[in-house]
Design a protein around this ligand. Structure first.
Ligand code: URA
Length: 440
């Protein structure tokens, strides 16, 4: 009689292989087995491939997200009365929005328990940028994290091994088995980690384009719709913005350099695309956190807080609380500096028609700003500043960017890529629409 209740990994693999829908129990059994070793890696990999090929419906994806979230610690902050809201980006080149948005959202009355990741490949990671400030600790204990949230309303830390451990294991397997680009697997991976942070609601920045994880707008939209549905299913209202990642965001790429651009933004001197996107994402958080009812009022509040300079003060307080030196926000010489700088100039007359974000990101990675494998060490000082933008009119000799580098050979390799990344034509390009759609 009990025989029918016994599950075997191979039965679940075969069920999905044949295109059937997995039950809640089967999905929970799989996730538990991944963490406790009952599922061997080859069996997990086989099931991941079956999911990759046959997909999962919305209900299965929700069950998978829940099981992965519950595979470790799920934080909660009942003693903090403010709305707990976070933002997650699917990653891009020059995307330093979190560094501006987190203190800004806290100044608007929200609590922002932000747990971020490191950069991999051509995309940067918030933790690497924060760590370019000497002494800044991203490894606060859960107690320290909660205390800072109570006192400041914002803390930015790295993922602990206790948060969604099933994702850690599964992501590593996906990485080496060609199963990363699966919408249900990406959804469950991102949402399980974010929902374990103890948030009430979430804003997603889902990027599409040449520098994004999702190359096509259509796939990015499906990913956004799925994540929004999971958030709603789990009682965590979620809104997603679909944003363009064909050219880098802002005018600086590189870890310490992106800290500088974030400080500039907090001083009201940020580049338009970065400022616009940060305001829009923060305003969505303000609405989700019920500080304002409509998006127009929320934007006004966010703009006022940014212009007042209090978000910069909040950033300095956060740096001090997390072990850094807040003077860095006014004295950029306290950040690591590359040994050399070189101008990269236009060779022809015309308009900057395209700046391929992926190539700029890879060029940055070659200089040392990013890592090919998660074990690689990064160089916080290197990268690019003064990046031109699509639509800029140029003539021979005009600056397309300044390269900050330590190694001559690496710089040469980066220049080869930049030559391909910047496309200059004699016709004016259509200007890209940074925020394409809001999914809610
Ligand atoms: N980021 C994640 O955290 N998980 C994925 O699967 C993809 C991007």
């Amino acid at each position: 009689m009990f025989w029918s209740l016994i599950m075997f990994p191979q039965d679940i693999i075969m069920k999905k292989r044949d295109g059937n829908v997995l039950s809640k129990e089967e999905i929970e059994y799989f996730v538990k087995g991944v963490v406790d070793g009952h599922f061997q890696d080859y069996q997990s990999a086989a099931l991941l491939m079956a999911i990759f090929l046959k997909g999962m419906n919305a209900q299965e994806t929700s069950y998978l997200t829940q099981a992965m979230m519950n595979s470790g610690e799920v934080l909660s902050f009942p003693a903090i009365p403010k709305a707990k809201v976070d933002k997650h980006s699917t990653g891009g080149v020059g995307d330093k929005v979190s560094l501006i948005l987190a203190p800004l959202a806290a100044c608007c009355g929200l609590c922002v328990p932000m747990i971020s990741g490191r950069g991999l490949g051509h995309t940067g990671g918030t933790l690497d940028k924060l760590e370019s400030m000497k002494g800044f600790r991203v490894d606060l204990s859960p107690k320290e994290f909660e205390k800072q949230l109570e006192h400041l309303g914002v803390a930015m830390i790295g993922q602990t091994s206790n948060i969604a451990p099933a994702d850690k294991k599964l992501y590593a397997l996906r990485d080496v088995t060609g199963t990363v680009e699966s919408i249900p697997l990406i959804c469950a991976s991102i949402m399980s980690k974010k929902l374990a942070e103890g948030i009430d609601s979430l804003v997603l920045d889902v990027k599409y384009g040449k520098g994004a994880f999702m190359k096509s707008f259509e796939n990015a939209k499906i990913l956004a719709q799925n994540m929004v549905a999971i958030g709603k299913n789990m009682n965590r209202p979620t809104v997603a913005l679909l944003t363009d990642m064909n050219q880098p965001l802002g005018k600086m790429v590189g870890n310490a350099l992106e800290m500088i651009e974030s400080f500039e933004c907090l001083k009201g001197r940020g580049p338009k695309d970065l400022v616009d996107l940060t305001i829009e994402l923060t305003a969505q958080m303000v609405v989700l956190g019920h500080v304002e009812k409509d998006i127009h009022k929320a934007k006004k509040l966010v703009q006022e807080k940014l212009a007042s300079g209090i978000a910069l003060e909040k950033m300095k307080e956060m740096i001090a609380c997390q072990g850094g030196d807040p003077r860095v926000a006014d004295d950029y010489s306290l950040l690591p500096q590359a040994k050399f700088q070189e101008s990269f100039q236009a060779r022809q007359k015309g308009w900057v028609y395209e700046i391929e974000a992926l190539k700029v990101g890879v060029a940055g990675m070659i200089l040392g700003a990013g890592r090919e494998s998660i074990k690689d060490k990064i160089n916080p000082a290197v990268g690019f500043t003064n990046l031109a933008k699509v639509g800029d009119e140029v003539k021979p000799g005009d600056l397309l960017c300044t390269i900050h580098y330590d190694d001559q050979h690496k710089k040469q390799e980066a220049v080869h890529l930049l030559e391909k990344a910047f496309v200059i034509r004699e016709t004016k390009p259509p200007l890209p629409n940074l925020i394409q759609e809001v999914v809610q």
